[in-house]
Design a protein around this ligand. Sequence first.
Ligand SMILES: *Cc1c(COP(=O)(O)O)cnc(C)c1O
Length: 374
Amino acid sequence: MDNRNTPANTWIDALTTEHVKRLRPYESARRLFSASTKSGDANSQVWLNANEAPVADEFRVNSEVFNRYPDCQPEELISAYASYCGLENRQVITTRGADEGIELIIRGFCDAGKDSVLICPPTYGMYAISAQTFNVGVEKAQLKPDFSLDLQAIEQYVDKVKVVFLCSPNNPTGTRLSEDDVIAVLNMFKNKAVVVLDEAYIEFDAEHAKTNLLAQFDNLVILRTLSKAFALAGIRCGFVLSNPIIAKVLMKVIAPYPVPAPVAQIATSALSESGIAHMRNRVQDLQAGMVFITDALQQHGEVEIVGDTKANFVLFRHEANAELMDYLVDHDMIIRNQSKQISLHNCLRITVGSEKENHALIHLINDFFKRKAA
Ligand SMILES: *Cc1c(COP(=O)(O)O)cnc(C)c1O
């Protein structure tokens, strides 16, 4: 935020903690392109920048209970999610999105000004930002050129970090971590650190869920969300899966009423048998859209698909990425620039949209290259 024009704020500055002064907030897709940042009509824009689902479902809520505070952990919702992933209720915590899960883990296990977490970039930005918000250090063990884990680099941090963040399928590379590597990291940090496996996109790679490892490794924590495959980013609902002892620690630092009653109702209904079947159909449609987009991109010789397509987005590299991004934004097609991330120079990320949106996108990209060639 630009505060050059705000009136004298020296006393507020003096009050603000040093680490918050240093903090650069997360540039969420919605902050970068909110409905108001562009003069254009938000309704005419196509948003393929935040890995959301393209179409919303309809839900009914029961407002009869809205005068009461909700349960901290609504039983029906916990049971529905536990049954969805084959776990016991006491292994499941529901949170205000997976982002709150990240925060709870850092608050539960890291001493401000003293401890650190380990991230493996390029990866999801909130691990580092959440840590910095609490004045917790951020160490980095960069992914290898093929985006697999660099186990030797990670091993340097045993005894130096309290939490390790892994992500599979990884955002923004769309790559899956090998089970052997995840197990190697769990063993490395056994009795020493919590290993978080962020499975925000696991429905797009469902056979590779690692929930089975929870029984074997008591330092594993898995993050889940309804924001991606379940098409519910707007309700803010996520889950933390862990052994009951870690769950108890997290329950100490959670807000008293993290999940609003309408959210719990909608989420429970999305996790019904028909809700899950509907989600699986959506995943299939999006996977077909993914094939369409990657095939079309590959028609352009200089476009390089980067990483893999195990989630609901495609990452690609092109020298003229900035120009292409501007061209698309000018035509109300909003995608995400990832070129500032470690090892992702010249990379853009496209979220798979509806069939119509995907066609409009490819039409514009083809136009761009035609004009460039002319
Ligand atoms: C979108 C995303 C999240 C955040 O999910 P919410 O439940 O919407 O907070 C967490 N991790 C990754 C890797 C994501 O891409």
